[in-house]
Each structure stands twice: as C-alpha cells, then as structure tokens.
Ligand binder design. Sequence first.
Ligand code: URA
Length: 236
Amino acid sequence: MRLDKFLCSCGLGTRTEVKKIIKSKRVKVDDVIIDKSEFKVDENSNVFLDNKPLTYNQYTYIMLNKPAGCLSATKDNHKQTVIDLLENKYKNIGLFPVGRLDKDTVGLVLLTNDGDFAHNTLSPKKHVSKTYIAHISGNLPPDAKQIFNKGVTLKDFTCKSAELIIKEVHQNYTVVQVTIVEGKYHQIKRMFLSLGCKVEYLKRISFGDITLDLNLKEGEYRLLNEKELSFVKTVR
Ligand code: URA
C-alpha cells in the first residue's frame, strides 16, 4: 500500500493532512526519511513518525453516543447521520454503523469498516446482547418480567427470551432496563406496545461486552480501547 494510506490507518489525519506530514520529512521507513506519499509499504513495514514507531490498523472501531434526530446511516440528503458527527479523518475510511437505532433512540452505536465483525455481531446465531434503558408510559402488567422472559409474541414473530429490570417507578412513567439478543425493527417499542405500554425514551447502553462510556456526551465518540477490541476479536 501507499505510505499515506498506512498513516491514515493510524488515525493521523485525512489523506491531505498525512501527505503534508510526509512532505515535511517527519516520516521514516526503516532508517530512511521518505517524503513521497506514493512510497510503497506493507502492514509489517517499520514506519516511524518523529522517530516513534507506528502500527498499521487494518480496521477502525468507534463507539459513538448517538443523539436523538441523527440517523444510523452513512449518508442522507436532509438529515444528519452518525458519519456526519465524525472528524474528517474518519469520514472517508468506509465506516458504517453496526446495526441501526431508530432516529429518536440515543446511545451506543458502534462504527466500523470491518464487514466481518458487523456481519457476525448482527447474526442471530451469535446472540450478541443489547441492553437498553427505556422510559415507559402506561401500566406495566405485574407479570411483565415473566412475559419478557418467556418471549414476547409480536404480530410477525416471537421474540427470544429478554430480561426486564424495573429500575424506578414515577407517577407518569417507569424506568426499565431491557436486554435482548436480537435486533428486529422497532423491537423494544413493539415489545412494550404488546403489553399496552409506550416507549417514551430509549437509550442503548451496551452491545455485547461493550458498554457506553459515560464520559461521552451525546454526539461524542472515541476509538475502542484494548479491552473492547478483545470483544471484537471474539465475535469476528
Ligand atoms: N428497539 C427499538 O424499538 N428501537 C431502537 O432504536 C432499538 C431497539
């Protein structure tokens, strides 16, 4: 691959930005300063920036705290998408959201350009759990937990067993935590609707072993850390 591609994979900037870095003679391959972006390297080459070694990253994995109103898509002519929230250096490396949250749902979205990881985590066979906090209006039936546990029956399918934890009961709404191992269209909303309740607010807080970082405000994101990447490896 070209040297500028290698540097982009390290998160050092857009193609234009890394080309400037290369021009400024700060990059060495082995012991030689290389100032040509088209210089050919491979993933095992010894590349240094300011004498510090760099590691090639074939794929990028990001956790994002999606705000309401933002689409889990890569492109839209009218509405903001999760990709629009990223810095330029992450905009042209083929990132896409792993699965979808509804427009009004907030919280954890994983973004990657690793198609195998996305395919495997979304596969029903892998049973990757997703946990949500929901604010529910209407009266939850007393046996709601058991109904979720047995598997809620919807019009077109029966859901797998889900865990329901009641966290807070307020006058007009109840705060619950729900864990499902599927990701059908509007699944959480439809599960509560089948009990005569309405989801007023929905936030995803975890995806498999990856939990939304509490330091991320809505609209913010960060790269996955080593521990989170080990989950990626188990699913890939
Ligand atoms: N279930 C829903 O109903 N909506 C989401 O966005 C995610 C799960």
